[in-house]
Design a protein around this ligand. Structure first.
Ligand code: GRG
Length: 288
């Protein structure tokens, strides 16, 4: 099995699904702004995780695609809002001007709102017998106990003294929640049993923690051209990051340990989970 080939397959099919979303009723400007961020590249990690987890549990891909699309819509909304002047005030994302730079702040806010609500509309329209539990996983991860909790801590604790417990809470909410939910939602859709769901939850958590630690390191050491965004802002703005707490060398070790824990968590699936295992290891060396 070639991880990159498998990943590209999921990504291509997901992109086609996203591209074909009708977004019925949206005025042209709103539709354009939504599509600008939804279809502007990105690794599609969350959507591909959902498709892979669903397949691992024995589900058919066509039944999981609305949920994979939904998690990417929620991710796109979070990036649009995170880039706004009131939040991180970024002008570049995925190598392109951010949504508010192109469409103005008001439309960018609406495009984010629209992507969030459309994600739930798409999931709720699914006739899948386990649509509701999958939707609940995704809602919880995006909501007050997940991404919104992490993002609130991230923006309100700027400038605070580096504090491991706080950084862990930020990373769990801001990033790990939205990387865990596609795994557990995909497993639920595919019909996984409780032990497998638990394994998926552990995997997603550790993958998500490592992903954000690597993101913190890339902000210090990454190539802005490859990352497609302005780097070095975490330090400039006094963000609470993993390297700020433990130093870059230890942060790299911690990311590796989280990825090893993610891979180990997949034991109940045996060799059938090799794609997810290798995907996790590949995130340690990502450059974008
Ligand atoms: C504003 C509600 C709200 C939430 C914002 C996700 C987020 C929370 C902020 C975005 C900035 C950031 C550093 C988030 C942490 C998660 C993360 C590393 C996002 C980038 O994800 P990738 O690398 O992006 O998967 P692509 O472009 O590949 O889709």
């Amino acid at each position: 099995m070639n991880v990159q080939e498998t990943l590209n397959g999921y990504k291509t099919r997901l992109e086609a699904y996203l591209n074909a979303l009708p977004m019925t009723g949206a005025p042209e400007t709103l539709r354009k702004a939504m599509r600008y961020s939804l279809l502007s590249g990105g690794k599609r990690l969350r959507g591909c995780l959902l498709l892979a987890a669903n397949e691992l549990a024995g589900g058919a891909e066509k039944d999981a695609l609305p949920f994979a699309a939904a998690i990417e819509m929620i991710h796109a909304y979070s990036l649009i809002h995170d880039d706004l002047p009131a939040m991180d005030n970024d002008t570049l994302r995925r190598g392109k001007p951010t949504n508010h730079v192109v469409y103005g702040e008001a439309v960018a806010i609406l495009a984010g709102d629209a992507l969030l609500s459309h994600a739930f509309e798409v999931m709720a329209a699914s006739p899948h017998p386990r649509a509701l539990p999958a939707l609940r996983e995704i809602a919880g991860a995006a909501g007050v106990g997940g991404m919104l909790a992490g993002q609130t801590l991230d923006v309100t604790m700027e400038g605070a003294r580096p504090n491991m417990a706080l950084v862990r809470a930020i990373h769990e909410g801001k990033t790990a929640a939205l990387l865990t939910a596609p795994v557990t939602a995909g497993l639920l859709l595919g019909g996984a049993e409780e032990k497998e769901l638990h394994a998926g939850r552990e995997y997603g958590y550790h993958l998500g923690m490592a992903f954000q630690i690597v993101d913190d390191i890339l902000d210090l050491e990454g190539d802005p051209a490859l990352m497609g965004k302005t780097l070095g802002k975490d330090t400039a703005e006094g963000k609470l990051t993993w390297p700020a707490c433990v130093g870059t060398a230890q942060a790299k070790k911690d990311a590796q340990a989280h990825i090893q824990a993610a891979a180990d968590a997949l034991a109940p699936f045996g060799g059938r989970a090799d794609f997810l295992r290798q995907l996790a290891f590949s995130t340690l060396h990502r450059v974008q």
